[in-house]
Design a protein around this ligand. Structure first.
Ligand SMILES: Cc1cc2nc3c(=O)[nH]c(=O)nc-3n(C[C@H](O)[C@H](O)[C@H](O)COP(=O)(O)OP(=O)(O)OC[C@H]3O[C@@H](n4cnc5c(N)ncnc54)[C@H](O)[C@@H]3O)c2cc1C
Length: 408
């Protein structure tokens, strides 16, 4: 707890704001200790199933969602006039770190809700905000992101699922894949093609409701990590979307979604820090007990150097995602910094969770120790919300023009 509060104290100068931030972090830690962390291993082993069209998760997942709702943790960044706490990216992302330290799978509900809210705050009409924000703030409506398709992952501009306007509705058809929280959340922000002749300029963003006829989860992936989080394929078969659910103008959806993804990249950096921090703590604790050659393995300097390197990378990643969050809430450009935060934190989490297993030796390779789960869960942080290669494309695009000689 100490580290993040210390960092926040350097950024947040208003005493009351700092106190509120710290109170929320304490609340999140309390919820995590009671309801999330003790169940993380069990929820991971239980996994997710699709039975008769229904997505089945461990019962504790539903309990966690209920507790987050009771504690009003879903509306942190929703504006006050819709019943939210009107807080900024810093608290949103530091909360993400704390949830992820307890369990990466369930932290995604918090992350997705935050991403959808960020995009809607900037691009949705007042009517749409009034329709969804009060329920999102109360946690009565959970929201996910419905973008990726079988042939469009990094290249989101090439999405093919369509929406055709018919009177007061759009009719959506197509396939979406890799959708987190499929079958659990009630709505999604989505990106659909409304004018295929225009490519990415024909893409339009919407809020789509999962309880509409024709909206079907038709597959749940079995995957390396995040076992307690459903990742599903969705079929859209003539799903009605009211015109009022369009986010912004027709053909302007791509930039709105990219903005939302840039925001959520900071959250994934925080997720990577949370997972790595959990692995790091367990590794140091283990190394302080395990003896070989009649010596605590923590007393071998080779292992102390390992721990120093893990700590260094975690601290740098944490400081940088907080910096990127501050840029965002101060309404400054944050796109490049969000990519830098994510690329660094994603790589850092691979390294730290790898070394955490290494410090555990063979025990770390078994399911009796949490470090194997952290290792599996960390892997996704360099893939989703834009792969680390995509992040480096963004960083290079921002950096190279600054110093490259023009006539080369
Ligand atoms: C567990 C999980 C949860 C997810 N949740 C969601 C969700 O909720 N909603 C959603 O819409 N999507 C979700 N996704 C999808 C995720 O965002 C994509 O998997 C990711 O963006 C990468 O797309 P892809 O898998 O199609 O890989 P590809 O785009 O096919 O990339 C394959 C490889 O090629 C590299 N590559 C691609 N283009 C370039 C380039 N120009 N230069 C260099 N290298 C390149 C990539 O970096 C990668 O290494 C999820 C995925 C997973 C696995």
């Amino acid at each position: 707890m100490f580290e993040i509060k210390k960092i926040l104290s350097q950024y947040i100068t208003d005493k009351d704001d700092l106190e509120t931030n710290n109170m929320i972090l304490d609340l999140v830690d309390d919820v995590s200790k009671k309801e999330i962390e003790p169940y993380a291993r069990e929820m991971d082993r239980h996994g997710v199933k699709l039975e008769n069209g229904k997505v089945i998760v461990h019962p504790q997942v539903h309990k966690i969602l209920k507790v987050l709702k009771q504690n009003e943790l879903f509306g942190l960044t929703v504006p006050e006039k819709y019943g939210g706490a009107a807080m900024g990216a810093t608290i949103q992302n530091t909360v993400m770190e704390r949830f992820s330290r307890a369990d990466a799978s369930t932290s995604l509900y918090h992350a997705l809700q935050g991403t959808a809210v960020e995009m809607m705050k900037k691009y949705a009409s007042e009517v749409l905000k009034e329709k969804y924000f009060p329920k999102i703030a109360k946690g009565e409506r959970l929201i996910g992101l419905l973008y990726s398709e079988p042939n469009s992952g990094s290249d989101l501009g090439s999405l093919r699922a369509k929406a055709v306007r018919e009177g007061d509705n759009y009719i959506a058809n197509g396939n979406k894949i890799w959708i987190s929280s499929a079958g659990i959340v009630n709505s999604y922000t989505t990106l659909l093609q409304t004018d295929p002749s225009k490519g990415s300029r024909g893409l339009t963003a919407f809020v789509i409701d999962a309880d509409q006829p024709g909206f079907k989860v038709d597959r749940i992936e079995e995957k390396l990590g995040l076992h307690a989080s459903p990742t599903g394929s969705i079929v859209l078969d003539n799903v009605e979307i009211p015109v009022e659910n369009r986010i912004g103008e027709e053909g302007k959806g791509f930039s709105a979604v990219l903005y939302g993804l840039a925001s959520s990249r900071i959250g994934i950096s925080a997720q990577a820090v949370g997972i790595a921090d959990a692995a790091y703590r367990k590794a140091v604790a283990y190394a302080s007990e395990r003896e070989q050659f009649k010596t605590k393995i923590l007393d071998f300097q080779a292992n102390q150097f390992k721990i120093a390197e893990m700590a260094t990378r975690i601290h740098l990643a944490r400081n940088y995602y907080v910096y990127a969050s501050r840029l965002k809430e101060n309404e400054q450009d944050f796109g490049m910094e969000a990519s830098l935060a994510k690329a660094f934190a994603g790589d850092m989490a691979q390294y730290v969770t790898y070394e955490a297993i290494q410090l555990h030796g063979g025990y770390g390779y078994t399911v009796e120790y949490d470090v194997e789960r952290y290792y599996r869960d960390a892997r996704i942080t360099s893939i989703y919300e834009g792969t680390n290669e995509v992040q480096r494309i963004i960083i290079a695009r921002a950096e190279i023009p600054k110093y490259a000689k023009k006539d080369n």
